[in-house]
Design a protein around this ligand. Structure first.
Ligand SMILES: CC(C)(COP(=O)(O)OP(=O)(O)OC[C@H]1O[C@@H](n2cnc3c(N)ncnc32)[C@H](O)[C@@H]1OP(=O)(O)O)[C@@H](O)C(=O)NCCC(=O)NCCS
Length: 178
């Protein structure tokens, strides 16, 4: 597996668009609606350029013929010691026990880029068994469970702002650096 930064290019934009509209990825996200290409394009351009987002694409090898998935880390500001992770694997590579290696590759890149981060937060729906298992096995600890409304910084396509959302039995994990 190889990992690299997302580039502001059509190829990367389109790979992420297909993955983001995958039915499982949508249903495991907090915003479950399908995404319009124009909204995605704006969001992608902004996110790739955002200095508080690390955005990686993973391929099976250097030829980049097989796209495995994406990992992103988002922090509030340069001084943050924590960040939120988001990751997804394409349907053809799911269920093959590669998510651990995939996640670890992402964490290595995170540590190279943002040295102040000591906590990674993952927000996972209860029904997302693969993701719950993955984070637990990687040493993420349960910090909170939310069954009701919660104020979060919601990443809406085209701009981030505070909004009220319903977390459907969401579990929040975090992992601190040793
Ligand atoms: C979450 C995700 C990255 C995990 O990747 P994956 O390739 O499916 O996971 P793996 O094959 O490496 O398996 C990880 C664990 O989950 C289990 N698992 C995988 N798919 C499963 C399924 N459909 N049902 C139950 N368990 C499952 C595996 O058995 C494994 O557990 P084990 O180590 O105890 O055997 C991937 O499913 C995905 O991209 N899902 C859509 C997006 C998403 O949910 N992102 C995370 C949001 S928090």
């Amino acid at each position: 597996m190889i990992i690299r930064n997302a580039k502001n290019k059509n190829k990367d934009c389109n790979l992420i668009y297909s993955l983001s509209n995958d039915p499982l990825v949508r249903s495991n996200s907090f915003n479950t609606k399908s995404i319009e290409y124009a909204d995605h394009y704006k969001w992608f351009e902004k996110t790739v350029m955002d200095k508080n987002t690390l955005f990686f694409l993973v391929f099976s090898d250097e030829s980049e013929e097989e796209f495995i998935g994406q990992i992103r880390f988002k922090r509030e500001c340069e001084n943050s010691n924590e960040c939120v992770i988001s990751l997804s694997i394409t349907e053809q590579f799911r269920g093959k026990h590669i998510a651990k290696e995939f996640l670890e590759l992402g964490i290595i890149e995170l540590q190279k880029n943002w040295k102040k981060i000591d906590t990674i937060i993952a927000e996972v729906k209860d029904e997302n068994i693969a993701s719950n298992k993955l984070f637990e096995k990687e040493g993420f600890k349960l910090v909170s469970r939310v069954n009701t409304y919660k104020l979060i910084t919601c990443s809406v396509y085209g701009g981030g702002y505070k909004c009220k959302v319903v977390f459907a039995n969401c579990t929040s994990f975090e992992r601190r650096a040793a």
